[in-house]
Design a protein around this ligand. Structure first.
Ligand code: ZN
Length: 486
């Protein structure tokens, strides 16, 4: 297959690379893209609303619906939209689907990847989150920004390539996932059964472009069986979030409340402690206050631990001392990524055993193995370090031509000629591909009115004009990527 592909490619190269390259973005091309986007504006809004109307939160697996009925319906809706645009589709065992152009049999394509599943909504929405609203040029509803709107943009980008009959040196696929928000088993399935794309961009993050994602390391710091003065210590909801609340039940003669920690005597010698911090995502701990950390400090300051408990609580204190990992001696900065972060997001107590999570986001100058070794040194004699998962950093050099092609498209459409790629602490679909980048469509620097909410939040919103601009960027990127040698 590969040999066939190489031959075929070189023949095509001779035909397409000429002085009148179809991949030049000249005034005529720009006008044509503008016209296409304007003409399809209403249909784009309609199609986003169709997807938003499906509450595609992960559910119980069913035959033909491995992530639940609603994500499967959303996948169907995505394929229906693609078919209506004249694009052929392939359903990969109801987990992920794609619309395609060019040679269907060649996996080594240029791809985009977005997802059609969404996170749950909670009770705070002022209107039905699954009925898309349009207000003052903004679209509101669960999934408009993450990631149903961008999914529709990727399909319309393919429609442009099809309508204008752009010669395709590489086949193009718009992958539509349905399990991104939980386990990414959609993408696992695709990569288990297909060759990875030559290059893939994922509109599921921020503009201008994300060329690197820190390593993500999760471990459990499990104490020995301890019977002493701390009967319970509980806090946090997830390993990857800084908790705003934590509580403890401790034995002490007399305690006083202090800033951030409230002490209430339940019975003589038994105290309930509650801490209030400031929550946030583990990858961005700046400005947060870890409620577990507040309690650990309080417990140590008030000499609550028994002799047996003391080493484990001192170890916890090192973790919570600073979110840059310096307390544990794992702090580092490689110059490509922001400094390492280390966060203890969740602690539980069961049968006298404390289990504290640790979430570390790290750059290219350390590794999961090094982190484990260092943590085991610090934990020696007082805790077991159980690695839950470790994903190495993902980094694409800025001189990679595909990265440059995407950035150039962003700069040309927005006029932001100094726009630069950036690295983040979070993880997106990109890190699962050998050659990929997260590419828009959010603009964190552009402010939104108060009635608009963030992704995963109440009143999740997207500015329609930003979406139309993003579509122009994605079309340009596709054209430029076709001109590259892979
Ligand atoms: Zn997303």
């Amino acid at each position: 297959m590969k040999e066939y592909y190489e031959k075929r490619r070189s023949k095509k190269n001779m035909r397409d690379i000429s002085s009148t390259s179809p991949y030049v973005i000249d005034d005529e091309r720009l006008k044509d893209i503008d016209r296409f986007v304007e003409e399809n504006r209403d249909a784009i809004v309609r199609d986003i609303a169709r997807l938003v109307s499906i509450p595609s939160i992960e559910g119980e697996p069913e035959p033909g619906a491995p992530f639940g009925k609603a994500p499967r319906q959303a996948l169907q809706c995505g394929m229906d939209i693609a078919n209506e645009l004249g694009l052929a589709t392939v359903n990969c065992e109801d987990k992920i689907a794609y619309a395609w152009l060019g040679d269907a049999d060649i996996d080594r394509c240029i791809a985009t990847i977005t997802h059609l599943d969404v996170v749950p909504v909670g009770d705070d929405w002022p209107a039905d989150p699954f009925v898309m609203r349009e207000e003052d040029g903004y679209l509101l509803g669960r999934g408009v920004m993450d990631d149903k709107g961008p999914s529709v943009l990727c399909l319309y980008a393919l429609k442009y390539l099809k309508d204008t009959k752009l010669p395709l040196r590489y086949p193009v696929r718009a992958l539509l996932g349905s399990n991104e928000e939980t386990n990414m088993h959609d993408l696992d399935h695709y990569l288990d059964t297909h060759t990875p794309p030559l290059f893939c961009f994922s509109p599921d993050a921020d503009f201008p472009l994300i060329n690197g994602e820190k390593g993500i390391y999760h471990a459990l710091l499990v104490s020995q069986h301890l019977t002493g003065n701390i009967l319970d210590l509980t806090g946090g909801l997830a390993a990857n979030a800084i908790p705003a609340k934590a509580s403890a039940l401790v034995r002490a003669a007399s305690l006083e409340s202090c800033d951030g920690v409230t002490a209430v005597q339940k019975e003589p010698g038994l105290w309930q402690l509650s801490a209030a911090g400031i929550s946030g995502h583990a990858s961005m701990p700046e400005g947060t206050v870890n409620a577990i950390g507040l309690l650990v400090d309080y417990i140590l300051k008030n000499n609550i631990p028994s002799e047996k408990e003391l080493p484990y609580f001192r170890f916890l204190a090192k973790l919570h001392a600073a979110s840059d990992g310096s307390g544990l001696g794992i702090d580092s900065c490689d110059g490509r990524f922001a400094p390492l972060t280390a966060v203890g997001g969740k602690i539980t107590t069961e049968n006298g055993i404390f289990t504290q999570t640790i979430d570390v986001r790290y750059g290219t100058d350390t590794s999961g193995e090094k982190l484990t070794a260092r943590l085991r040194e610090e934990a020696a004699g007082c805790a077991e370090v159980v690695v839950a998962n470790d994903s190495a950093p993902f980094y694409m050099p800025l001189d990679n031509p595909a990265i440059a092609a995407c950035l150039e498209s962003y700069r040309q459409v927005t006029g932001e000629h100094d726009a630069q790629a950036m690295t983040i602490g979070g993880g997106t679909y990109s890190r699962h591909f050998p050659n990929a980048a997260a590419f828009g469509p959010e603009h964190p620097e552009r402010s939104y009115p108060a009635f608009c909410g963030p992704i995963h939040g109440v009143n999740e919103a997207a500015r329609l004009s930003d979406f139309l601009e993003a579509l122009k960027i994605y079309i340009q990127a596709h054209i430029r990527l076709q001109a590259l040698e892979f």
